[in-house]
Design a protein around this ligand. Structure first.
Ligand code: CA
Length: 229
C-alpha cells in the first residue's frame, strides 16, 4: 500500500480516481487546489502524486515545478491536452509520467504502480487489492464483502462504502464533512444521513454509541474506527 496524494478539482473525476486508487489498496488523500497540494505534500509527504493540470488557483505545471523544488516524489500528471508541446512541458517540469484524459482506471492503477516501482517503493502494490483489516474486521474491497470474525456482515452499498472508508482511516478521526465528501460525494446530503448510517453500522457490528467497540464518536469532531483491544 502506498500513500497517494490526489490533486483534482472536478468532483466527478476526483470520486472516480479515488475509487480506483483505494480499490487498488492505496491510502488516498485528495485536495482540490494547487496551494493545498503543496502544503499537503510538505506536511505529510506522500509516496506518489496524481496531479490534474487544470486547477482553480494555479496551473498544474507550476504546482509541479514548485513541488520539484521541495520533493522528488513520483508525480503522474493527468492532462486533458495531448499535443506534443503540452507533453514536453509536463515532462520538462518534472513529471514522471502522464495520462491523457479520459483514461481508464486500470491504466491509472498500472501507471501508479510503475512510477512507485521505479521510485523503489518497497511495497509497490499487487494487482489484487489488499484486504482491509482492523481487529476482527476484514474487508475485501474487490469482492465488496465484510466479515466480523467468522460472520459475514450484510451491508447495503453505502454501508459497505462507509465501513470500508472508516477502516482505511482506522485510528484517525474523520469528520462528518469528510465522510460526506469521500463516501457520499454529493453536496445535498446532510450530516444526519451519516449518523443514521453509523447507527445502522453499529447495530450490525453488535455495538452501540453508548458501548462502542469499533466506532467511537469523538464529540464535536467526528468518528474514529479503532480495533478493540
Ligand atoms: Ca481540473
Amino acid at each position: 500500500m502506498a500513500s497517494v496524494l490526489l490533486v483534482e478539482d472536478d468532483p466527478v473525476i476526483r470520486a472516480a480516481l479515488l475509487d480506483v486508487l483505494t480499490t487498488h489498496g492505496h491510502a488516498v488523500r485528495s485536495v482540490t487546489q494547487g496551494f493545498e497540494a503543496l502544503r499537503e505534500a510538505t506536511q505529510n509527504p506522500p509516496d506518489a502524486v496524481v496531479l490534474d493540470l487544470g486547477l482553480p488557483d494555479l496551473d498544474g505545471v507550476d504546482v509541479l515545478r514548485m513541488l520539484r523544488g521541495i520533493s522528488r516524489v513520483p508525480v503522474l500528471v493527468a492532462t486533458a491536452r495531448d499535443d506534443e508541446a503540452e507533453i514536453i512541458r509536463i515532462l520538462n517540469a518534472g513529471a514522471d509520467d502522464y495520462l491523457v484524459k479520459p483514461f481508464s482506471g486500470g491504466q491509472l492503477a498500472a501507471r501508479i504502480n510503475a512510477v512507485l516501482r521505479r521510485a523503489g517503493h518497497p511495497a509497490a502494490p499487487d494487482p489484487a487489492p489488499a484486504l482491509l483489516r482492523a481487529g476482527e474486521l476484514v474487508i475485501d474491497p474487490a469482492a465488496r464483502t465484510a466479515r466480523l470474525g467468522a460472520a459475514e456482515l450484510s451491508l447495503t452499498r453505502r454501508e459497505f462504502d462507509l465501513l470500508a472508508y472508516l477502516t482505511r482511516q482506522a485510528g484517525r478521526v474523520v469528520s462528518r464533512r469528510q465522510i460526506l465528501a469521500e463516501v457520499w460525494r454529493e453536496s445535498y446530503v446532510d450530516d444526519q444521513t451519516v449518523d443514521v448510517h453509523l447507527s445502522v453500522l453499529r447495530r450490525k457490528l453488535g455495538e452501540s454509541a453508548a458501548a462502542p467497540r469499533y466506532l467511537h464518536t469523538v464529540r464535536g469532531i467526528g468518528i474514529k474506527l479503532v480495533a478493540p483491544r
